[in-house]
Design a protein around this ligand. Structure first.
Ligand code: GLN
Length: 388
């Protein structure tokens, strides 16, 4: 052995595995979270214009100032916040880079970070690469609520970070203002930072409002909040996200960012800045847009055997196939791929110790036609299982 793996148990992410297998099987892919419809053509035009205007050299390390100013205005419009675009906003390569940088900035060897299962899969490897370890606390199905008493018991003198994700991927649950109050009470007087993955900030259903850590004065002081234009502008392949944090935390985050990606593609940043200045409220219809898709898919699946689990946010929908099969979710997702030609995401890979459950995650950020075709295949497969 010439070297020891630093992450011997980590394989390829379930999202990449399922997308790759969907291609191999010629399956309909409603697994990995990305839209299958085009971006706003005006955003595409803004990118072409930015390249034509020569925005083709390094952007500033912290992000193009025009974009950071636009982000600051967006935060004002969304949450009534005054965020300093120079000292508190950093543009990153998608939300994932922001998560990684924040974790490297505050977690050191022997430190602990609390994460909540089912946890998005990028958190734990980043904590381990920083030399830390994750304390994983389960949000129990079906409602996936926080148990703040358990969190209190699991904190230690080594806890440096608590990572929350709301709206939560993959459970589709959302944190309430009361959850944030409970979190604030727990970290008060302790050297613990908060990393809030809020990339689905604009996708909450049934009149719910997003509770951002930035709008919670006590949490704001110790939090990194992570956002994504991939989600907000339906452009996941652009890989443009950003992190908002108070100046002292932003300084630490930028120390990592500058030697990780250094800076993010200039034309993409100029294009988003220009687009947002022309259409400053481009994101305001997102909840209604996705709620209609959620209702379309859930409406077609109800009663089929793929029972929709109530979804409060994110652009995903969980379904429970327990009435159809007692198979484990990874096996069942595999059967769906091969026998029904449809790619989904099983939930157990997001747990340290998966509870017994029969849930799959479906992505609703798809054309209505795609969702209808997916529902047809799922219903037909369910009917076959019921007959067998
Ligand atoms: N955020 C996407 C999802 O949850 C996956 C992104 C990725 O594949 N890294 O499906």
């Amino acid at each position: 052995m010439l070297f020891d793996s630093k992450l011997p148990d980590v394989g390829t992410t379930i999202f990449t595995v399922m997308s790759r297998r969907a291609l191999d099987e010629g399956a309909l892919n409603i697994g990995q979270g990305f839209p299958d419809y085009p971006i706003d053509p005006r955003l595409a035009d803004a990118l072409v214009a930015a390249i034509g205007e020569g925005r083709n050299q390094y952007a500033p390390m912290e992000g193009v100032v025009e974009l950071r100013e636009r982000i600051s205005l967006k935060l004002k419009a969304s949450y009534e916040l005054d965020i300093d675009p120079h000292a508190e906003i950093t543009v990153t390569c998608g939300g994932t880079e922001a998560l990684y940088d924040a974790i490297q900035a505050v977690v050191g060897p022997g430190d602990e970070a609390v994460i909540f299962d089912p946890a998005y899969d990028a958190y734990e490897p980043a904590v381990r690469l920083a030399g830390g370890r994750c304390v994983r606390i389960a949000l129990a199905p079906p409602a996936f609520r926080f148990d703040w008493d358990e969190v209190r018991h699991r904190l230690s003198g080594r806890t440096r970070l608590i990572i929350i994700n709301s709206p939560q991927n993959p459970s589709c649950s959302v944190a309430t203002r009361e959850d944030l109050d409970a979190l604030a009470a727990l970290v008060r007087d302790r050297p613990i930072s908060v990393l809030a993955d809020e990339v689905y900030e604009h996708v909450l259903y049934d009149g719910r409002r997003h509770a951002s850590v930035l709008a919670h004065p006590e949490l704001r002081e110790r939090s990194f909040a992570v956002f994504s234009f991939g989600k907000t502008l339906h452009a996941t392949g652009w890989r443009v996200g950003y992190c908002v944090a108070p100046a002292p935390l932003t300084r630490e985050l930028r120390k990592v960012h500058q030697f990780n990606t250094f800076s993010i593609a200039s034309p993409l940043q100029y294009a988003i800045a220009r687009y947002l200045s022309a259409y400053p409220e481009a994101w305001t219809g997102l909840s209604a847009f996705f709620q209609a898709k959620r209702d379309l898919l859930a409406g077609r699946l109800r009663g089929s055997g793929f029972e929709p689990v109530p979804a409060a946010g994110t652009y995903f929908q969980l379904v429970d196939y327990g009435a159809l099969s007692g198979d484990g979710d990874v096996n069942f997702a595999d059967r769906l791929l091969k026998e029904a030609k449809i790619a989904t995401i099983p939930l157990s890979p997001f747990y340290a110790a998966p509870p017994a459950m029969t849930l799959l995650r479906l992505c609703i950020a798809k054309k209505d036609d795609t969702l209808e075709a997916a529902a047809d295949r799922l219903c037909a497969f369910a009917a076959r299982l019921k007959r067998a």
